[in-house]
Design a protein around this ligand. Structure first.
Ligand code: SF4
Length: 300
């Protein structure tokens, strides 16, 4: 990245009381200029606690919306305005209302990778890190879970509750090819295999551990292993290499989220210069959606 852009980002950040948050799947260049890098849960908590005047979010739309829900006084700008999430688009609030009619005794738990509309209809959101704890905490024995089928199927194996799962999926994780993982395992037989629960079940069966991104970082930190095969979006490899330069990491498959790669340093600078279009949440949805997200941050 040209020094001029880096210096200008630093200058504007101070001048405008801004913080830059980046998801662990963001390109390495973006992770390097961020004040905080983390998973959805960590970044949501930071957005709520930092109370910055301006939050530049490097990720996709639902993440910036979640930050705005928890930090309504801040101006939250999504650095790459077109970055959206195919998983979040899979299920609407109307879809959930239909499921509630079908399963009237069931509370709804929604993965945070979802629209504000869906969040506003849900009892609590969850991340991959606390999905089991949130389902366990729901005040019903039956739980409607969406929008991710793979995550819901995995959670169902970790709880005695009955889950009614919406059949949505993330195009990047769902399209992962198990042959890549098997080839890498043959090449690195002594490596630990860590897989994200959004991945197809066949990846989970072949994993040593099923973990969200925050859990992967904590596991690598505490593990004696020196090699890891990582089954999630490939931006995570850079994050792990930065944190643990003495360990080796390889991608389990070709899991690449096109939307996560849209953020560039130039767009971050543009967002700081212009403040861009701050995220706006429709007032009739904001309070209910924020309550569901707050519950997520309080559990697990
Ligand atoms: S990796 Fe999948 S779930 Fe994550 S932002 Fe991209 S499309 Fe959405």
């Amino acid at each position: 990245m040209p020094n001029r852009i880096k210096e200008e980002i630093e200058r504007l950040k101070k001048e405008r009381g801004a913080i830059i948050l980046a998801h662990s799947y963001q390109p390495g260049l973006i992770q390097d200029i961020a004040d905080f890098v983390g998973d959805s849960l960590e970044l949501s908590r930071i957005a709520a606690s930092e109370s910055a005047e301006l939050v530049i979010f490097c990720g996709v739309k639902f993440m910036a919306e979640t930050a705005k829900l928890l930090s309504p006084e801040s101006t939250v700008v999504l650095a790459a305005p077109d970055a959206d999430c195919s998983l979040a688009a899979c299920m609407t609030g109307a879809d959930l209302r239909e499921m509630k009619k079908k399963y009237p005794g069931a509370e709804a738990v929604t993965y945070v990778n979802s629209t504000v509309d869906l969040k506003s209809e849900t009892w609590a959101c969850c991340t991959s890190a606390n999905s089991v704890e949130v389902v366990e905490a729901a005040p019903s024995d039956e739980v409607i879970f969406g929008p991710d089928r793979n995550l819901g199927t995995w959670v169902a194996t970790q709880t005695k509750k009955t889950l009614h799962i919406w059949p949505g999926g993330c195009h990047a994780h769902s399209g992962a090819d198990i042959r890549h993982l098997r080839e890498k395992k043959a090449e690195w037989p002594d490596a630990e295999v860590l897989v994200h629960p959004e991945s197809p079940s066949v990846f989970l069966w072949e994993a040593d551990k099923v973990l969200g991104t925050g859990g992967m970082i904590r596991h690598v930190e505490n593990s004696k292993s020196m090699k890891f095969i990582i089954g999630t979006e490939e931006g995570m490899i850079y994050r792990l290499e930065t944190l643990f330069p003495h360990k080796q990491f390889a991608a389990a498959g070709n899991i690449i989220c096109d939307d996560m790669t849209l953020t560039t340093p130039e767009l971050v600078l543009k967002a700081l210069e212009s403040r861009g279009d701050g995220i706006e949440i429709p007032s009739d949805l904001a309070e209910k959606a924020a309550a569901a997200v707050r519950r997520m941050t309080e559990i697990g």
